[in-house]
Design a binder for this molecule. Structure first.
Ligand SMILES: Cc1cc2nc3c(=O)[nH]c(=O)nc-3n(C[C@H](O)[C@H](O)[C@H](O)COP(=O)(O)OP(=O)(O)OC[C@H]3O[C@@H](n4cnc5c(N)ncnc54)[C@H](O)[C@@H]3O)c2cc1C
Length: 413
């Protein structure tokens, strides 16, 4: 169902509880896990959209939970405002993105959920609960990243700041150099990330730092060549060829990884952070203690080099500062992420299983919305505050109105 108001949503929750049905909210379905699946009532977000309040003194914006991030970014820019940090795409809803811990890369600024200052959620008894650092702080600690387990988020208040410019520097760099200099690159840049191309020693680095502007986006030809032809059109063709002839992948990778060239451009944040991703893929991403990431990546490279795996998709490495959200992948520790991808339609199990073995040996925490095989027992070990979350869940949703198979696996019964 698609509730037209919070009142209708509360009524739907009450009715489902009375009928013995379970309830699940969905965003735009961009998760690679079945986090939003249900055998009961599915709540669609389409009618709960838009900015509802702007408080320039407090530096906050309140937005309906079903708002798509792209619409939020555009509306904020119109107000001369911006989020501080965000992920690679902006097709997700506010609630869907934050509920799984969607993040970009940052030295000082963390995930989208960490930018939340207050939120409202409909709990299993149909109540509308408001939480912030001051009001229901124990709910706020967990519900910013609730994996849909604590209730249905209806409204989110974000910290925002006056619109600013970011200058991006994209630059190819060798694997040995990036890994040797990783700590320096992270320390010297507000947002550092890189992609490593399996079967090669080549990486592409991206550094985003604040600047005075003015906007100097890539020229139309460069933008088309880099963002459409190489990152989408040609990349699609390369992946299709690789799927048909896996043995050709290493040679293709060596050529393709050299095709991107260095470039510098400046624009408002969302235009620098996000880009279209039209080539379909499956993804696993783990958050590791920051100091483990280079070692883990070298292990991954050694694994690919000695195996007969054929990987046509780059591996992405990003960072986040420690945050204070109970089940955030960066909860309580300086973090770096390694994401492995496979082109949609190619078998990914062997690669992901081998990669996951490396990540879990480093106490990795998987992204809640991406492929992984971990369960509650594992999470209780890698999240010191896991019990705090499950105790809150027991209090707010004792009958598991918001439960599904995914939550049973990751949180326990
Ligand atoms: C092409 C692509 C690029 C991506 N890039 C990144 C990236 O750069 N960084 C990153 O971290 N992730 C990334 N992701 C993962 C993505 O951000 C997450 O999976 C995100 O959860 C998807 O949001 P959604 O709106 O589609 O939510 P869904 O996938 O529909 O739902 C996700 C979860 O949120 C819950 N939920 C949704 N709405 C509500 C609500 N109102 N109240 C309570 N719970 C709710 C659902 O029940 C479910 O548990 C990417 C995914 C894709 C496909």
């Amino acid at each position: 169902m698609t509730p037209a108001s919070v009142g209708e949503l509360r009524e739907a929750v009450r009715r489902a509880a009375a009928d013995g049905l379970r309830v699940k909210a969905v965003g735009t379905g961009h998760s690679f896990t079945a986090a939003a699946a249900t055998d009961g009532v599915l709540i669609r977000p389409q009618a709960l959209r838009g900015i509802t309040a702007v408080d320039r003194t407090a530096g906050t914006v309140t937005v309906a939970a079903g708002t798509v991030l792209k619409d939020l970014n555009v509306a904020l820019a119109r107000e001369g405002l911006s989020l501080t940090n965000m992920g690679d795409i902006m097709e997700q809803t506010v609630a869907g993105a934050t509920s799984t811990g969607t993040h970009g890369t940052g030295r000082d600024s963390a995930s989208i959920a960490a930018q939340i200052r207050a939120l409202e959620l409909v709990t299993a008894d149909g109540r509308l609960l408001t939480c912030s650092e001051k009001e229901n702080p124990e709910v706020f600690a967990a519900a910013r990243l609730g994996i849909g387990a604590l209730g249905i988020v209806t409204s989110v208040t974000f910290a925002v700041e006056p619109l600013f410019f970011l200058t991006a520097r994209e630059e190819p760099m060798g694997f040995d150099r990036v890994t040797a200099e990783f700590d320096e690159h992270v320390a010297e840049n507000e947002h550092f990330e890189f992609y490593w191309f399996p079967h090669t020693g080549n990486c592409n680095t991206k550094r985003n730092n604040r600047s005075q502007g003015p906007a100097a986006p890539p020229g139309p030809v460069s933008a088309w060549v880099e963002d459409e032809l190489l990152s989408n059109g040609l990349f699609q063709a390369v992946n299709s060829l690789g799927r048909a002839v896996p043995a050709a992948i290493p040679s293709i990778a060596r050529v393709a990884s050299r095709a991107l060239s260095a470039r510098t451009y400046t624009d408002i944040p969302y235009k620098v952070f996000t880009s279209p991703r039209r080539v379909r893929f499956v993804e696993m991403e783990y958050a590791l203690p920051r100091e483990h990431v280079v070692g883990a990546l070298r292990e991954l490279k050694a694994l690919v080099d000695r195996s007969d795996l054929r990987i046509s998709f780059p591996v992405e490495v990003r960072t986040a500062p420690a945050d204070d959200i109970t089940l955030s992948t960066a909860s309580g520790r300086e973090t770096a992420y390694i994401a492995v991808h496979m082109y949609k339609g190619t078998p990914y199990q062997a690669y992901f299983t081998a990669a996951e073995r490396i990540f879990t040996a480093h106490e990795g925490r998987p992204h809640w919305g991406k492929v992984h095989t971990r369960d509650a027992e594992y999470f209780a070990r890698v999240y010191p505050r896991f019990g705090e979350f499950t105790a809150l869940r027991d209090r707010l949703d004792p009958d598991r109105l918001f439960g599904n198979d995914y939550l049973r696996r990751v949180l326990g019964a």
